[in-house]
Design a protein around this ligand. Sequence first.
Ligand code: BGC
Length: 325
Amino acid sequence: MILKNEFLEVEISEYGASIVSIMVPDKDGKKVDVVLGYDSLDKYKRQTKYIGATVGRCCGRIKDGKIKIKDKIYKLSQNEGKNHLHGGNIGFDKKFWQARKIDDSVEMFYKSADGEENYPGNLNVKVTYSLDGESVVINYSAITDKETICNLTNHSYFNLNGYGDVLNQKVQIFSNNFIENDSDLLPTGEIKSVTNTVMDFRRPKTIGKDINSDFYQVKLANGFDNNWIIKNYNGEIHRAARAFSDETGIELEVYTDLPGVQFYSGNFLDGAENGKNDMPIKNHSGFCLECQYLPYAVDYKNFTKPILKPGKLYNKTIIYKFKTK
Ligand code: BGC
């Protein structure tokens, strides 16, 4: 399904409620596809990197797949070693969503049954993609009939040149603190200051500058793969991060009403299959800025928990805004 206006052209797929492409004009007016993706459904079915997908019911890693809700322990499916990652074995990224196009929007619906991947509660989810001038606006809403966890994000890998690697592209994250990971890349719950570390993206920095640093967090992930806590978070929509390419002049701004952003520099992309236009999808071919509740929040009392109760509406927004200079 295509959404198009005078500036952007976006392709959305029912499979995984995914973004397949975002075409943005570069500084010479040439259209650049700024996200990684595939040109066949079979490749989407085979891929294991969540490229472009809606990730849920809970994005990020959960130790041993164990969560506690209302004093009851649930053992979610363990799809990454002993841990749970991005919704389990067959997460929202591997489901066909029902779609309907309304004017400038696409609405996608999925009913996640009670017990799916061992999550409690029937969860009715709607993802709406719409265009607003130079912005792709993604709204997530969900309701449940039993208390559950819900933390949905979009897993687009951006490459603002449309080819090659992203090492010369600059990223800025509006955050003073990141969450420490352990060697399984599970958050330890420790909030660390970015000051005097290579995790400081308060000023724009090329992704490649410190990607091979011997800072312990970068070493564990072979690059960047942490959650940054957005500065001055108050539940309103605010700017979380920014990225740009001097080569194409394309700039991306990410806005959200969620408290954290996972900056992941595509360290595990392995070149398994080429993407659209035969582009290799390998180490650092794209980067993600995944807005979300802080990962693994169910276990740490200092993180707002993405708990959804019956009668409450989950309603969160992520905006990708593009400019060309
Ligand atoms: C995580 C990475 C993970 C990737 C899956 C990202 O959200 O932070 O650690 O490998 O998703 O492709």
